[in-house]
Design a protein around this ligand. Structure first.
Ligand SMILES: Cc1cc2nc3c(=O)[nH]c(=O)nc-3n(C[C@H](O)[C@H](O)[C@H](O)COP(=O)(O)OP(=O)(O)OC[C@H]3O[C@@H](n4cnc5c(N)ncnc54)[C@H](O)[C@@H]3O)c2cc1C
Length: 395
């Protein structure tokens, strides 16, 4: 029986798992080498999307996650009280547009396939799209409205999940780096070694985002997670002129691509504070976090094509992070068949904020042997689609 769990990483995935386990009565210790939410969870836009996923296991997870967010936001507000910052949860909806004639039909076909999978995907005329987004470039060729898409402030959400986990008994230790695993005579993982001594647990969960590969390696197993760099530009505050998450339909192709070279696509949205976020890029350059002018130029140029008024906007800052990329485009959620006692919740790429709550529920069901809210097998480490990558990573 699992009564004691050590979690490596206090990003949103580790935080959501910590809360769900603590609520279920498990003793939880979260170990984080930096500060809470100091990794990738502080470097993204916080979209909770169903619109960018095609039919399949990731979409099922996203649809389920989307159903969990409103209840969680209300429960956390009750639990943590008015003194805790608002999570900025808003079900603002998404508007996906095609900007070329060639792109129109694929966008509508994609939406039809999502509708068949249970997503609320509504094709709208160009006039209706302009009624939803009056500042949008009218030279679009097709549009689909996704009322279920939402947004949250990811750092506040991570902190709130951790605060709630603590209220349910979890211990969160920051500034403690995990350096390896401890094992019993049979090789079962019994805890972790850290820069501040050993910490024992019936199970160890690696939720170290793009660093999960490195952490796994210190424990004698390989996980083929790679960092996929992404950059976002932030404008100064302005009156609200972008009301949904608006993006070009080619964004879906970029998320599903395995290409390591630079890809950019237009993703534009405003925040509650009044800034506008312009995204985003994808490239595999290891953990190289240097500012890249060519990336900034390309992201800005594509955003202007969607919203010409942005030509007058000032960019206040840019930021970027490393998406935890799994080569078969699905996270790993479950026990490691090669190391009993070791669990993973990693590899959510550009969707870890949205998928965190559903990930936590799947993980708790797996650890405690309770009924899973959806089929866990597509997310298991020993799935066929990951087999060649596991073999390659272990060479
Ligand atoms: C530009 C960009 C935009 C994005 N936009 C979105 C979006 O709109 N919506 C969405 O859902 N997702 C988005 N993402 C993806 C999302 O941010 C990630 O999927 C998510 O944050 C992953 O969370 P995590 O908890 O797995 O990892 P992290 O947040 O990286 O947390 C892992 C933690 O583990 C810690 N750690 C690592 N090694 C050790 C060790 N040895 N010991 C102790 N601690 C350790 C790290 O310090 C880190 O804090 C975006 C990402 C980027 C880069």
């Amino acid at each position: 029986m699992i009564a004691d769990v050590v979690i490596v990483g206090a990003g949103i995935v580790g935080a959501a798992c910590a809360r769900a386990l603590a609520v279920a009565g498990v003793r939880v210790t979260v170990l984080e080498r930096g500060a809470a939410a100091s990794g990738t969870s502080a470097k993204g836009e916080g979209n909770l999307l169903v619109s960018d996923k095609g039919p399949g296991a990731e979409l099922d997870l996203a649809v389920y996650a989307s159903s969990l967010w409103p209840g969680l936001v209300a429960r956390l507000a009750d639990e943590l009280g008015a003194g805790f910052p608002f999570l900025e949860y808003e079900r603002k909806g998404g508007l996906v547009v095609a900007t070329t004639d060639a792109g129109a039909q694929p966008l509508l076909d994609f939406a039809a396939s999502q509708r068949a999978a249970g997503v609320d995907a509504r094709p709208v005329s160009v006039d209706d799209a302009l009624a939803l987004e009056p500042w949008l470039n009218p030279a679009i060729t097709a549009a689909v409205h996704y009322p279920e898409d939402a947004q949250v402030q990811p750092v506040v959400a991570t902190e709130a999940l951790l605060a709630s986990a603590r209220r349910h008994g979890a211990v969160v230790r920051t500034g403690v780096e995990v350096t390896g695993a401890t094992r019993d005579a049979d090789g079962r993982v019994t805890g972790v070694a850290t820069t501040d001594g050993d910490v024992a647990g019936d199970a160890v969960l690696i939720a170290a985002g793009p660093w999960s590969g490195e952490v796994s390696a210190t424990m004698g197993v390989r996980l083929p997670v790679k960092p996929r760099r992404g950059m976002v530009l932030v404008t100064t505050r302005m009156p609200h002129r972008v009301f949904h998450k608006v993006y070009d339909g080619d964004y879906f192709g970029a998320t599903q691509s395995s290409d390591a070279a630079l890809q950019t696509s237009s993703v534009v949205e405003s925040t509650a504070a009044g800034t506008v976020l312009l995204g985003s890029s994808r490239e595999q350059v290891g953990f190289d976090d240097r500012l890249r002018i060519d990336v900034i130029r390309e992201v800005a140029g594509k955003a202007l094509r969607l919203f010409p008024f942005l030509a007058e906007a000032s960019i206040m800052r840019t930021y970027g992070g490393f998406r935890p990329y799994m080569p078969d485009h699905l996270p790993v959620i479950g026990e490691d068949h090669r190391a009993p006692g070791l669990w993973h919740a990693s590899g959510h790429e550009g969707a870890g904020i949205g998928l965190s709550l559903a990930t936590a529920e799947l993980l708790v069901a797996g650890m405690l042997g309770t009924p899973a809210p959806l089929d866990p097998t597509p997310f298991e480490l020993d799935r066929a689609s990951l087999e060649p990558h596991l073999a390659e990573a272990s060479r």
